[in-house]
Design a binder for this molecule. Structure first.
Ligand code: SIN
Ligand code: FE2
Length: 217
């Protein structure tokens, strides 16, 4: 019976860890609104289904993606860009839910970036084996605004390096509800995700979902 006292939504306390100058890991920050986030995600994926995009080099990504907000990040043979419309449907991306916008703004503020108003939310879906190789987020108009990255579902190893591709990345295990904010001196740090291990998450099943908020324009 005592186990019931510690239900899964109350056993993780928010905490804050500095990863680099301008970069913080906010553990469990999104947990209080996990159900709203997941409900909104289902709506978005019904309108703009997850798909495996192709890199300019012609490789299909192992991560499946969709977007919400005024600007959606896309890749195809012609390059990386932000597009107001979903290339699959020709329709605008689904609107960014207010719960997403508020979460991103509050997390950015915790990281020292007040007034963050994202216009883009890239939604990444990882299934077992999916990974994201080291890269910089640099398709945005300027780098004044931070990146806010929300992890949901299965845990993953997040690789966080430095300004040079060769900088050895540090490894952080990101769990459901964890939020990473990086900006200022670390805005262009290389980062990636190690191949996802299989598992079963009580709310999201056999997947990890990542929301990446950015100010694209
Ligand atoms: C990304 O860099 O776009 C994704 C990072 C993550 O999935 O945690
Ligand atoms: Fe990224």
């Amino acid at each position: 019976m005592t186990a019931d006292l510690f239900d899964s939504s109350s056993d993780v306390r928010p905490s804050r860890e500095t990863m680099a100058e301008g970069a913080v890991l906010l553990r469990a920050f999104a947990r209080p609104i996990e159900r709203d986030l997941i409900a909104a995600l289902r709506d978005i994926a019904a309108q703009a289904p997850f798909r495996h995009m192709v890199t300019p080099g012609g490789h299909q990504m192992s991560v499946a993606m969709t977007n919400c907000g005024n600007a959606g990040w896309v890749t195809d043979r012609s390059g990386y860009r932000y597009d107001a419309a979903d290339p699959e449907s020709g329709k605008p991306w689904p609107a960014m839910p207010s719960a997403f916008r508020a979460l991103a703004g509050q997390a950015a503020a915790q990281g020292g970036f007040e007034g963050f108003a994202p216009d883009a939310c890239l939604i990444n879906r990882y299934q077992a084996g999916a990974r994201m190789s080291l890269h910089q987020d640099k398709d945005e108009r300027d780098f004044e605004n931070p990146i806010v990255s929300v992890s949901l579902g299965l845990p993953a190893i997040f690789l966080f390096g430095g300004l040079k591709r060769a900088d050895k990345p540090r490894r952080y295990r990101l769990e459901h509800g964890d939020v990473v904010v990086w900006g200022g001196p670390s805005r262009l740090f290389f980062h990636g995700v190690a191949p996802l291990g299989d598992g079963e998450h009580n709310l999201l099943g056999r997947q990890r979902i990542n929301l990446t908020f950015r100010k694209a324009h």
